[in-house]
Design a binder for this molecule. Structure first.
Ligand code: FAD
Length: 450
């Protein structure tokens, strides 16, 4: 469940509370900020002063370096700095700032940590960047309900540190069930900042398992590693996590982390449960791995050892970039039904080789989701064109297999054309109607998704 501030909702609430701000001539702050025109102003010093009045001077910046830092994420999309960056610290401030921007028709771009991979935070029409990292309160922890309510600046690691000693943890899981009306939670979670600001989320917590074990295993081919994943899932082994690396990625991660993995198709598998059930799962998994030609397994059970293995995987993006220093990365993000995964992965690998591209593959294959991290020279138009053509083919291959062009990174700037192909004109028109209903002046993160 999430709490959100939308321009439209905010309009009404704010108007109700601060009626005089809407009436020309009735408020000094109103006059200072926008004048009387009700048109989009250039971001005048007065407007910036008004932002400072809401959040305090230390929480507003127009410095070039700060704006540039907030004008891009980790993707290759060119930096598009906002005109000003603000750091609200309470939902009331977000409401007040959003109302002001709405009143003055200034674009608003929510900013989390700027690690997205589709250019979601790039301020392509300028405006105000709302950096929400200073809203980092952890509220309403309910051990009985297995839930916690957090503000957007709370990271997964900080939350799990806070939960230490409670017997619970947050493994990035689904939220509480709810069937009352349209599913606005999913709508907002998937909206990439184009409908409003998420100011709170209620997350589902899980009991810490009694025992956990992680292993790394190599396979003779990409097809064998992916087929093994499918067999593990079909055998109903309750895997906690299963991640795939192709031979290029395994080699790159091994070198980047200093852990030295064999250059072979690789799976990282995590199992957890009671001690007894874990032993059974391990035995079952080892058998399936052997049947698929995988190497024999050694299990890491200590926390430090397990974390080392996962940090190697979490740094895959940087390990890929290190393959060609000075080049840029672009991550594809398709997701297909699990039954189609082996074929789609093998075809994609062949396509990568035929295209002569550097594109190590990595994926949460248990969900049918995988990424090729294309590392290329963006100043070489011919190579950039090959990358573009490859990503289009991959998106279409996934869609033809009944999947999607993005499983988790979102549409942002780069996947708008593929989204249209995936949803069709009617689907897209429906999204546009929702956008128009909630953000009639197209102020929330304009230029993204649609
Ligand atoms: C090394 C690396 C590994 C990654 N691994 C994974 C992975 O395993 N799985 C995965 O799913 N992704 C992964 N990603 C990509 C992933 O999307 C981002 O890392 C992360 O989820 C983005 O969070 P952020 O706070 O940095 O978002 P940002 O980049 O700040 O923003 C992303 C989008 O969300 C919007 N937004 C941000 N905060 C709010 C808010 N409070 N309200 C409304 N809109 C908001 C922004 O406007 C933007 O459109 C990885 C990225 C990197 C660099």
């Amino acid at each position: 469940m999430v709490n959100a501030v939308t321009p439209l909702r905010q309009d009404t609430a704010w108007e109700h509370e601060h009626r005089q701000w809407w009436e020309p001539g009735s408020s000094a702050r109103d006059t200072l900020a926008c004048g009387w025109s009700h048109l989009k102003p250039s971001l005048s010093p007065d407007f910036v002063e008004t932002l400072r009045a809401v959040v305090g001077a230390p929480n507003v910046s127009t410095a070039t370096a700060v704006r540039e830092q907030h004008g891009h994420d980790e993707s290759m999309h060119p930096c598009a700095p906002p005109d000003v960056v603000v750091w609200p610290q309470a939902v009331g401030q977000v409401q007040e700032l959003a109302a002001l921007c709405h009143r003055c028709r200034v674009p608003m771009v929510p900013f989390g940590t700027g690690t997205g991979l589709e250019g979601g935070v790039n301020a392509v029409q300028g405006g105000v960047c709302f950096d929400l990292s200073r809203m980092d309160a952890i509220a309403e922890l309910s051990l009985e309900d297995f839930s916690v309510t957090v503000e957007p600046g709370v990271t997964r690691k900080a939350l799990n540190k806070h939960l230490r000693g409670t017997g619970l943890w947050f493994p990035v899981a689904l939220r509480r069930k709810r069937a009352a009306g349209y599913d606005l939670t999913s709508l907002f979670v998937g909206s990439e900042g184009t409908l409003g600001f998420l100011t709170q989320a209620t997350l589902r917590l899980h009991p810490l398992p009694e025992a956990t074990a992680v292993t790394v295993t190599s396979f003779p081919s990409v097809g064998a590693a992916v087929a093994c994943t499918v067999h593990v899932l079909q055998a109903a082994v309750p895997v906690a996590r299963i991640e795939f690396l192709d031979e290029v990625m395994a080699d790159a991660c091994g070198r980047f982390s200093g852990m030295g993995l064999p250059a072979a198709a690789t799976l990282l598998l995590e199992l957890h449960g009671s001690r007894r059930s874990l032993a059974e799962q391990q035995q079952q998994t080892e058998e399936i791995v052997r049947q698929n030609g995988g190497s024999s397994l050694a299990w890491a059970e200590g926390l430090e050892e397990r974390e080392q293995l996962w940090s190697m995987r979490h740094n895959a993006w940087y390990a890929a970039l290190a393959l060609r220093p000075g080049c840029q990365g672009y991550s594809t993000d398709v997701c297909v039904p699990i039954s189609r995964l082996p074929d789609v992965v093998v075809e994609t690998k062949q396509d990568l080789q035929a295209s002569g591209l550097t594109g190590p593959m990595v994926g949460h294959v248990g969900d049918g989701n995988f990424h090729c991290i294309l590392v290329f020279n963006s100043h070489d138009p011919e190579e950039a064109q090959r990358v573009h053509a490859f990503t289009q083919r991959l998106g279409r291959r996934a869609m033809a297999a009944g999947g999607t062009c993005t499983g988790e990174h979102g549409v942002g700037l780069g996947k708008r054309a593929l989204l249209q192909e995936e949803l069709g004109q009617e689907g897209l028109d429906t999204l546009r109607s929702i956008k128009a209903a909630l953000d009639p002046h197209n102020l929330m993160n304009p230029g993204k998704v649609l």
